[in-house]
Design a protein around this ligand. Sequence first.
Ligand SMILES: NC(=O)c1ccc[n+]([C@@H]2O[C@H](COP(=O)([O-])OP(=O)(O)OC[C@H]3O[C@@H](n4cnc5c(N)ncnc54)[C@H](O)[C@@H]3O)[C@@H](O)[C@H]2O)c1
Length: 683
Amino acid sequence: MNRYDIRTYAVIGAGNMGSGIAQKIATEGLPVVLVDLDDEKVARGLGIIRKMVDQGVERKVFRPERAEKILGNISGTSDWSKLAEVDMVIEAVFEDLEVKRRVFRRLGEVCKRDAILGTNTSSFLVKDVAEVTLHPERVIGLHFFYHPAKNRLVEVIGHEDSDPDAFDAAWAAMEATGKTPIRSADAPGFVVNRYFVPWVNEAVRLLGEGVADLPTIEAAAKQAFGVGMGPFELMNVTGVPISLHAANSLGKSLHPFYAAGEALVEHVESGKGNWSLEGEADASKFQVVADRLLGVTFYVAAQLVHEGVSTVEDVDIGARVGLRWPHGPFQMINKIGVERAAELASAIADKWHLDVPFLIANPGDRKIRINLVQFEEKGGLAVIRFNRPDALNALNVQVGVQLLQAIERARVTGLPGLVLAASGKAFVAGADVKFFVENLEKDAFEPIYHFARVGQDVYRTLSGKRQPSTARVQGLCLGGGTELALACDFVVCSPKAMFALPETGIGIVPGLGGTQRLPRRIGLPLAKWMIYTGEFVSAADAVEIGLADARAEFRELDATCASFSLRGRHPGRTAPSAAPSTKWQALWDFFAQHSVEQILSGTAPANGDKMVERAIKRIATKSPHALYAAEKLLNDGARMELDAGLDMELDALKVVFLHADALEGMKALLENRRPAFRQPAQV
Ligand SMILES: NC(=O)c1ccc[n+]([C@@H]2O[C@H](COP(=O)([O-])OP(=O)(O)OC[C@H]3O[C@@H](n4cnc5c(N)ncnc54)[C@H](O)[C@@H]3O)[C@@H](O)[C@H]2O)c1
């Protein structure tokens, strides 16, 4: 068990960042105190939050009741004695080392001995802030991105004296507040700013050198990186002096390559304000501009990995989640070819007398491996982590292959347990529907079958082994994700977990074991309810009906997973034969007694039960063909051994996917419209 138990939060500094951080914590239902120098500043910060939340209500992001709840989770004070019982404090005061150190000295005095102290510094090392407290081991860097209530990325930074338990607790606290954490070493600029600041700086250098004019650089950058705002517009939004400060601070601690170019210094010092974006772009210069910006990005990205500050995966997640680039630097390197990327990076490195990092200096003919599924040994367990948070960890062929490789690595370690985890707000949100649609449009069923067969084979390796597997379901768990959890020996979920099998709503059926494993866990009637209705099942309900074995707060999630994973070989499950409680009785009876045909034809009465009425309504919107197919699989599977049932489910895929409802349902999902399913002949 982790000795740090984070339930309550405080944010010091009620400015732009601090107020946004507090807002996000409160939005996730957690209590937070906002602290500033005096009551007026606190009130200003609370005012910023109220305005943002009110805007959320106007734009119908929240209902007014939810907005009141969010605001109710936040209190403000300038009285530091209120911090005495807080579990995690996040500092977001001015970017001035002396100010920050004063704050940390004071926090060291007023906070309890097991409080975690986080700093949102952008340009100082965490250790330089931490060393002034009596307990530097509890100081962790938490670098948020603007706007912190909306941007999910946070860099979590340990330092040479930090306690691994404090790091893990801070990480779990970030997950609990709905963030997507990535890890960074305690190094200048951490991960994202280390390549983003030079990207901006290089744009100004190009301008200063007269390589192209401003509208051309702006347009070339947007095109090459697929972004909505170019470097100059971004500087205008965040404040041009901030870019100067950021570049100079990197330049000071790293190398003159990072220092602000003359044009940027001159622009700020002469008080020119925002850049003028007016003018026509000259497309003939796009390539030369793009090459420089790409070269800088590739050089720094590879350097970050070379120095061990970050990983290939986290560099890319940082770009996609934090900067909203459609592709991370390493994905771009693979796209244009490692050899060409190395040429571009070398051009930059040569100019500044820097070495080209090994990763791209010796490309060979291979792509850089990007692990969508990562393996690590942690706390005496094998941990496999889905690491594509911005794609909600959706399954595709590449993920399937990497999952299999990771499972094999886990087995070879001989460690006593295996945990399947994921980063971001989803555990695994189903399979890549685009892949299905593209193949069906080409009349190609074979790749779909291959995907399902490989997926089923991988899932079959997960349970009943000497090394028990536990799914650590921290968030959204849909379709193939719920089937993956079901394939594990144990399922542990956070309070934010939501399970669903929505396939019949897109014209297909669960094809990775869902029609066979679900009834064996929760009983045939409730399995029918979940599969026919696609209803979301909350964490609490999942535990009640037996879909999950336990629900644990984020701070206890890892320990709970470990306790299940260390139980030894799972003996197998027996399907329940009765409703779990009176709450579920009517649903249980309804689905035990009525067929799809009766439900669709309106001859199955709800008898006034609200849950049943809702189920009937939802079923009417699903694909009848898929419903009949699911019913047959569920009923026939109940009379078979699991393995035979899984084979049957795989065999049924062709009939399901080649029916018109499948293409219609999945296309409708991609086009964000209601599907028009065929009416069945039977009814
Ligand atoms: N703005 C960004 O995009 C961004 C992004 C990531 C990190 N950061 C970092 O976040 C921190 C805050 O940035 P900001 O943009 O919110 O600044 P800001 O100027 O908007 O807010 C700073 C707040 O801290 C308060 N403050 C100053 N000294 C204090 C003290 N001793 N005790 C309590 N409160 C004090 C100020 O009154 C002010 O309200 C900085 O370290 C910055 O580098 C900023």
